[in-house]
Design a protein. Structure first.
Length: 258
């Protein structure tokens, strides 16, 4: 898929939580085609400590408004600087990068989308894409506490939503792999994104139950085009760059000890 270097205009900067912002960006021309699971490398302007672009998942694409959304967790100087942009500001992004999630051919496929923390971001766009194909997704979203569960109303508009929190402040207490929905339902495909320990636990559950599973890896991706080799992952097909061959992989290709 063709990649673009775009100067995008900020339409909204919404503070969802003390540690999360939602950036909505647009341009005069129609935005390029983007697939669920792809990402952008966003330039951080005006920072004395940030020299590399930041890889951010595509959260959602609103074709009616010609907007692309990025859900950003504030974890360092780069993301904190990005969080300060205002409506009308310009944000430079290289996109779309990487490969996205697989789309089931059969609309009867029972798909479970599992996200942890900011890893829920790509699942919103994926959920809408599945629904457009007639495949209603189920979401299982996990976080540390109620305040860390983001965009719940948007997910609920697309499918059934189940939640876990580590402190029990919302949904079932515990981790996503402990949720009762996994015991009460049989799924054909699981797509997941979040902290690696969570994804490995999900992969372990999928493998034990004969369920197809795709994970979106979050290896450090400095360039986004497979040049810097920062994000290399050892797979059954050898060492590959996650930014170019992924970030989405079927667990059968990974060398995870699950």
């Amino acid at each position: 898929m063709k990649k673009y270097i775009l100067d995008l205009t900020v339409t909204e900067n919404i503070r969802l939580h003390a540690n999360y912002v939602l950036l909505k960006l647009t341009q005069a021309a129609p935005l390029p085609e983007m697939l669920p699971g792809q990402f952008a490398e966003i330039r951080v302007d005006g920072s004395n400590t940030t020299f590399l672009r930041r890889p951010i998942s595509i959260n959602y694409v609103d074709r009616e408004k010609n907007e692309v959304w990025f859900l950003i967790q504030l974890v360092g100087d780069g993301t904190r600087k990005l969080a300060t942009v205002q409506s009308g500001d310009t944000v430079n992004a290289v996109m779309p990068l990487g490969n996205g999630f697989s789309m089931p051919e059969n609309p009867q496929t029972k798909v479970l989308l599992i996200g942890g923390g900011v890893g829920t971001a790509p699942l919103l766009y994926l959920g809408e894409a599945l629904l457009k194909k007639g495949c209603k997704p189920t979401f299982l979203l996990g976080a540390r506490s109620k305040n860390d569960l983001l965009q719940l109303e948007l997910f609920e508009a697309l499918g059934d939503v189940y939640t876990t929190t580590e402190d029990g402040s919302y949904g079932e207490k515990g981790y996503v792999t402990m949720h009762s929905v996994l015991k009460e339902n049989k799924f054909d495909l699981i797509c997941t994104c979040g902290p690696k320990p969570m994804m490995m636990a999900v992969a372990r559950y999928a493998a034990a139950n004969g369920i197809e599973c795709e994970v979106s890896l979050e290896n450090t991706m400095a360039c986004g085009v497979g040049a810097c080799l920062c994000c290399v992952e050892n797979t059954k097909e050898g060492h590959v760059c996650v930014c170019k061959e992924g970030p989405v992989f079927n667990i059968k290709k990974l060398l995870w000890q699950i």
